[in-house]
Unconditional design. Structure first.
Length: 372
């Protein structure tokens, strides 16, 4: 036997050592990093805690893909990159209706304690997740993940987008104190019926709520920030950039995202008929969504509708019917004595007759039908 054949076994040992260490031959079932799918790479990055890398692995394909696993994995990476997960958000949403009247919505209260970078991460991630998961929810995808798998995630991300959007007045998908002012969801209790109304809790120079001596509750400046007043002036916003006409597009955004959340949580309620096998109370989440939506629906501006449903009502018991259509002026006062501030408004300082803004009547009717 020649020398070369005597040495051949050693050559094979060396060859297989190279194969095993480099992964250069895949006919034996070895997979190189180059051959891993983008989803596999993203999932590996998630396991390694590198959520930015996971998102980037899928980002380029996200607009054109109909693969539900790609969309789902991308959404998961986006939330984790923002240091959020659905369980954390559900904890914030579930049971939040039981707060003191006059207090700010607890989600916003917690959100305002975060630094600006984290606020934007929370807000943008929920917007992106609700946008991406919509394709799965609307059954526009193929793959192993279906609408049942993401209904809760989609619902909660949509609700969070709506609530956190109260810090993005100009609707540019970025929270910036230089161009946005705060608008709050304020807890109310009218005749035993709880909910949240729109308003602007007035604060002192230290950021503490200013308490009304008569009511003992934080003062509510209503929608006056849309006139360039209150917090708007402090942030450099003027009436030339934020006007009453901006109220309705803003409310439409809030109610659209709430509606997306309500649709998907209602789907889960109907599917499981009260027995989801989960510790999450879908009915409680839906009540939370509706309690916000039906009251925000009171605050449309100049739409020719009786938004708060008080037409022909004597609120003060003085024999004078003071309810009406587009009844209140934007002034930060409870003009009709119904416990609400700046709902069902008009604003026409020049005394001119204005054309009613009726673009959003479909959205108004939808939420009006949900009133208890």
């Amino acid at each position: 036997m020649s020398y070369i054949f005597k040495k051949l076994p050693h050559v094979f040992v060396l060859l297989f050592a190279v194969i095993f260490t480099s992964g250069c031959f895949n006919i034996f079932g070895f997979t190189s990093d180059k051959e891993k799918s983008p989803v596999a790479k993203a999932e590996e990055a998630i396991r390694d805690g590198d959520y930015t890398k996971a998102r980037l692995e899928l980002e380029d394909d996200i607009e054109n893909t109909d693969d539900s696993m790609v969309l789902y994995t991308y959404a998961k990476a986006v939330l984790l990159e923002a240091d959020l997960d659905v369980a954390t958000i559900v904890d914030l949403v579930q049971g939040e209706t039981k707060v003191d009247s006059g207090s700010i919505n607890p989600i916003l209260d917690k959100f305002d304690m975060l630094d600006l970078s984290t606020q934007n991460a929370w807000y943008k991630s929920n917007l992106e997740v609700s946008r991406v998961l919509y394709k799965i929810w609307a059954e526009q995808t193929i793959g192993d993940i279906d609408k049942d798998d993401i209904a809760l995630d989609y619902s909660v991300a949509s609700v969070m987008s709506s609530i956190l959007g109260l810090r993005d007045i100009n609707q540019d998908q970025s929270i910036d104190p230089n161009v946005d002012f705060d608008l709050d969801l304020i807890s109310i209790d009218i005749d035993g019926d709880g909910g949240f109304i729109l308003g602007d809790i007035m604060k002192d120079s230290s950021g503490n709520p200013i308490i009304d001596e008569k009511t003992g509750k934080p003062k509510n400046a209503g929608l006056t920030a849309f006139l360039g007043n209150s917090n708007a002036k402090m942030s450099g916003i003027s009436a030339e950039t934020i006007k009453p006409d901006d109220i309705n597009p803003f409310i439409n955004f809030i109610l659209t995202k709430l509606g997306e959340g309500e649709n998907s949580i209602r789907y889960l309620i109907n599917k499981y008929i009260g027995d989801s096998g989960s510790s999450i109370d879908y009915n409680e989440i839906e009540k939370y969504i509706v309690d916000i939506g039906v009251y925000v629906n009171y605050f449309w501006y100049n739409d020719g509708q009786d938004n708060d449903g008080d037409f022909g009502v004597d609120h003060n018991g003085d024999g004078i019917v003071d309810g009406g259509i587009d009844e209140e002026t934007i002034n930060g006062f409870d003009d009709d004595g119904d416990g609400l501030v700046d709902e069902d408004t008009h604003y026409d300082p020049a005394g001119e007759i204005k054309v009613e803004i009726t673009n959003y009547l479909g959205m108004f009717d939808k939420w009006k039908s949900m009133e208890h």
